[in-house]
Every structure is written in C-alpha cells, then in structure tokens.
Design a protein around this ligand. Sequence first.
Ligand code: F6P
Length: 414
Amino acid sequence: MAKNMIIGQSGGPTAVINASLAGAIEYALECNEIENIYGMVHGIQGLLEDNIKDLSAHFANRPSRLNRLRTTPAMFLGSCRFKLSNSDEEYEKIVSQLEKYDIGYFFYIGGNDSMDTVDKLSKYIAKNNIDIKVVGIPKTIDNDLMGIDHTPGFASAAKYIALAVRNVAYDTAIYSIKSVHIIEAMGRNAGWLAASSVLCRDSKNVAPHLIYLPEIPFSVDKFVSDIKAKLEEYNSVIVVVSEGVRDENGKYISARGDKVDKFGHIMLSGTGAYLKEVVEEQIGCKVRALEPSVLQRSAGHTPSLTDITEAQNLGLVAVKAAVAGESGVFSTLRRVSNKPYTVEYYTERVSVAANAEKTVPLEWITQSGNDVTNDMVEYLKPLVRGVPQIPYRDGLPDYVNVSYLDKAKQKYKN
Ligand code: F6P
C-alpha cells in the first residue's frame, strides 16, 4: 500500500542542495509506492512545530518550477541547526507527527550533524518496530563527510573559490606596488575549500601563492616569513587561508570569542581580518582581507554541472533505496575513474557519516605546509567541470519563490 513521504533540509546551505530535493521529488512523483510528498519547513524543528508544506501540490505537473528548483541555491524548505535530544518524549512527538501525516518514508538532506539526526531517528524507529524508512541525503560545502568521495555542494563552492581567487589575482596584478590579499575560505575543521583555490592556477597564473589548511598547525611567525619570501618574488601576493586554522595548541586563530552554535561548534570567521592586522604591523605593505563568507555557498550563478547532476542523483537514489526497504542509510557515491570521470551510486550505513569529520589527507599537503600537492589537483579537477543551463529572467537567474518562508511577508501578502 502506498504511503506518504516527508523530506527536510538542515545545516548550512549549498548551491545545489535544492537539486537533491528536486531529484527526490521528481522520482517520488512517478513512484507508485509514494502517495503524497510533504516538506518539513525548517527541518526537524518544523516537523515538531507542525510547519509542513505539501510539495506534491506545489510541484506536480509543474516541470518548469521543478527545473528552476534544481538551479536555485540555498534551501527551498529552510534550514535549522537542531540537535535531537535523547529524550523519549521528543522521539514520541516526532513519530506522532509522522503518523499524523501517514508517513512511510522520511528523508533528511544535510551534513554530519543532520546524519546524526537520521542515525538516531532510524534507530529509535527500528527499536520500536515502527514501519517508517529513514534515509539521509548528503550535502555540505565543507566536504567533510565520511563515507562519500565528495559531498554535493562542495564542488560548486570550490568552483566559486577558484573563480574568485583567479579574478582577485588578475585585479591585483595591475599595480607595481607591493600588496598582500588574504582570502578566507569556509570549511570549519577541514581544508578542502581553501585547497580548491589551487584550481585557479594555470599556465598564465601562479596565484594563490600560499594556501593554509586547518590540518596543519598554523604559526603566525611562519606565515609572516612565508609572505616576506613571496614578496621578494612578486608584487602582489595572494594568500588563501581556511577559516578553521588553529595554532599548535589547537586554538582557532579566529576564535576571539567563545560563541557556539546548537551543535557546540565554535562560530568561525575573522581569520583573514586578524591576519591582515598581523601583516600590516609586521610587514607594513598594502593589505586587504577578503571574506567571501556566504557568497561561496550561495553562488547560484556559477555552480558546477557535475555537482548539480550528482546532487540530483543522490536525491533520487535515496528515495529508491527507501522504497526498496532500506533505512538507517544515506545515499552516497564513489569515484570509479578520473579519466573519464565516472561515479557509482550506492547506500551506506548513516552511522559512518554521523558526527564524524573527513579532513584533507596530510600527504596531499606539501612539506612546507603552505600548499597542496598534485593529488589534490587531480581529485578536484573533474568536480568543477560543466556549466548548467540556468533559467534567466531580466538578466538574472530566475530562482523559485521562497518568500513563503518569511511568515510576516506571507501574512502581508494574504
Ligand atoms: O557547515 C557549512 C558552513 O558553511 C561552514 O563552512 C561554516 O563554518 C558554517 O556553515 C557557517 O554556518 P552559519 O551560516 O550557520 O553561521
């Protein structure tokens, strides 16, 4: 007998997380085992607060809307950073909500914290012999998920970083005075995004001249001497530094406060701004700190086609797996070959990804600790390839309407 499905998004957004949502919806709309498709607005928190959207009503027989969803960045369903407690009461509330909507299939698109939610919920549901399949769909620009070759969302953010660094390199090469530009990449404790700036190098451009990842303890003194050495050779020195770099005692360079989010992660940013002051004081040349911040994860105008395609397929694979009876798993991919680039989709126990962090292998970082090796370049190259067809209107990307997320606005409209 057909059952309903519910899907939610959680954690930090990416440029392609909606492609996974579109892939799941598209498959579910055609699937005989699935009756109606619901969305949790603001993830599990929305489920608990009964903030539910009827996605069948919104997307069925609207191929153009579904196509625009595929290329709309951020999260159509809104996000949350909500950690499930261990109280039975919370799980009972979730299950009673799922029963209220006659849900047989539950999907959650997110990173390692969201996979923790999938893991805990699937275990509770199995322990209590409840017939609901719980499946995760991966995403994160940080690329720090275990059990997957690379995460959807990472490639598009990597492409943005490489593009931004190349543009900055060209812009800053015009002056004959000495200057330093420090670009701060997101990624928390994993240096994948900072490392992806290496893709901006080609036969015409050697920038970025220095790349610092959190996997190697960061020394301010070495940073200053590295820059001095590069300034001997170049007028304009471009440095990419990960937001999560830490000193030899494990203290974040950026953590001048102790603000944490709901998962207890220290809220990072400000590494570049701090290092700018250091360069100003100790070197005294022209220096700028550039913080792409959310620009790198929201860049809906420059996504990678490879990324969009894989994100969409991972949405589809998750729904297929749940309908086939799998639970407590997430959809994932492995790289089969680099030339030609091919991947294979499968499912993996979600406990592999829950809460764990996959960092950059140390052998992909140079001995000098301020650059990455060719293995990293080979790993990254195929991911950023391809330019998707993005619907445009009046010269700008035509995204789907998410103004319903803004309740005040909705009220005003009605
Ligand atoms: O985990 C994704 C991410 O974009 C990290 O790279 C970044 O540190 C964090 O989220 C920022 O989160 P928020 O936008 O909630 O401050």
